[in-house]
Design a protein around this ligand. Structure first.
Ligand SMILES: *Cc1c(COP(=O)(O)O)cnc(C)c1O
Length: 372
């Protein structure tokens, strides 16, 4: 029993140092260096897409993706309420309206049967977000997008290396995005990637990430972009990480199996779904939901785990309960009971790649103790 177990710790013992030294030795440290294109190309290949556009984080990837699709004031975009704020803010910052649907109580993903009733003449796109370990059930979403002529944005930040019916997550959207925050399957410290098969969309993302500078008249702007560029240093780390993706995904799945073995049968908690007919859980994080019989909520569970030397994090807070939106009158009176419940009853335990078997056993023991 030694040491606090953090909620995440990355593994950086491949070629990261070697490639970073190359950046320093050659002086290529900005976004102009050669690792950027190499990382973009290898990454796009890996998820089965034609184009990759590296950016400074996963939230920026969503901002640029939505802007590249020309989503604008008056448009509506349907997305899950149970997600990170970046998804909704990418829509609302463009003056468009995020329209949310509840999640499924077992998979915690968007309940795809609730999408169609929220489609209106203003709906421009559906944004799917794969949550925690399992992909969204894509077939019904693809069918709806085709039938209603809607664009599809796919936030695959938590699902690098995962597949849906054998096809890579990140290969489904007209435009799909990833994050390389240190708790993601591959990290660059901070970083993100946009992937697409559409050459024009990729070009537009490249322009938007680079302040919409123009090739011919650099400082004359037809529209406003952002500085969302990734540095060569980040891409160097990303390339080294990507080389080990298969190993990382296998390790994450092994952590999932170990937790499930140690926690199955524990009363008071709902465990993540191990597999569905379309995917096996890739364990971005190992979530737990307190059953209604437990007399305290996730906040108290997290405090009890911290007392036992284990770092945990709460689940997402639903978009329709965000003070930042409610004060503007958005989502007034909306109820999405499944998301509301898991936001209050759910949290995740340490799930990072550096976890040892001994730490996994300690975490599982702490969960059982905390519930007793
Ligand atoms: C991590 C994450 C993001 C945001 O990525 P950052 O790199 O932290 O900006 C967006 N969407 C989902 C689903 C995520 O898990």
């Amino acid at each position: 029993m030694t040491g606090f177990i953090p909620v995440n710790e990355p593994v950086l013992d491949g070629n990261e140092r070697k490639y970073l030294n190359e950046c320093i030795d050659t002086g290529w440290i900005s976004s102009e260096g050669p690792f950027i294109r190499e990382f973009e190309n290898r990454f796009a290949d890996r998820v089965g897409r034609k184009h990759g556009v590296a950016v400074c984080n996963g939230s920026a990837a969503l901002d640029a993706a939505a802007a590249a699709l020309r989503i604008t004031s008056g448009d509506e975009v349907i997305l899950p309420t149970f997600t990170i704020i970046s998804c909704a803010s990418a829509i609302s910052r463009l003056g468009a309206t995020p329209v949310v649907v509840d999640c499924d109580q077992a998979t915690w993903n968007m309940d795809v049967s609730k999408i169609e009733s929220r489609i209106t003449p203003r709906t421009r796109a559906i944004m799917v977000v794969h949550i925690y370990g399992l992909p969204v059930d894509m077939d019904p979403v693809l069918e709806l997008a085709a039938r209603y002529g809607l664009s599809l944005i796919e936030d695959a930040a938590e699902m690098l290396g995962q597949t849906y019916r054998g096809r890579p997550c990140g290969s489904f959207g007209d435009i799909s995005t990833f994050s390389f925050y240190p708790n993601k399957h591959v990290t660059t410290g901070e970083g993100g990637m946009i992937v697409t098969d559409d050459e024009a969309l990729a070009e537009r993302c490249r322009s938007l990430r680079n302040l919409a500078f123009q090739p011919a008249r650099r400082f004359v702007h037809e529209e406003l972009g952002w500085n969302f560029r990734m540095t060569n240093l980040q891409a160097a780390v990303g390339l080294a990480q990507l080389e080990r993706l298969d190993e990382f995904v296998a390790r994450k799945r092994a952590i999932f199996d170990a937790y499930t073995r140690l926690l199955s049968g524990a009363s008071g908690i709902q465990l993540p779904v191990a597999s569905t007919d379309y995917a096996t859980n890739a364990n971005w994080v190992y979530g737990l939901v307190l059953t209604d019989a437990v007399p305290f909520d996730a906040g108290e569970a997290i405090r009890r785990m911290a007392d036992r030397g284990v770092g945990c994090r709460p689940f997402f807070w639903p978009m329709h309960e965000q003070p930042a939106y409610l004060k503007d009158g958005l989502f007034a009176g909306e109820r999405h009971p499944c998301a509301e419940r898991i936001a209050r009853r759910g949290f995740y335990i340490p799930s990072g790649l550096a976890l040892t078997e001994e730490q996994i056993a300690r975490v599982a023991a702490a969960v059982r103790e905390m519930l007793a």
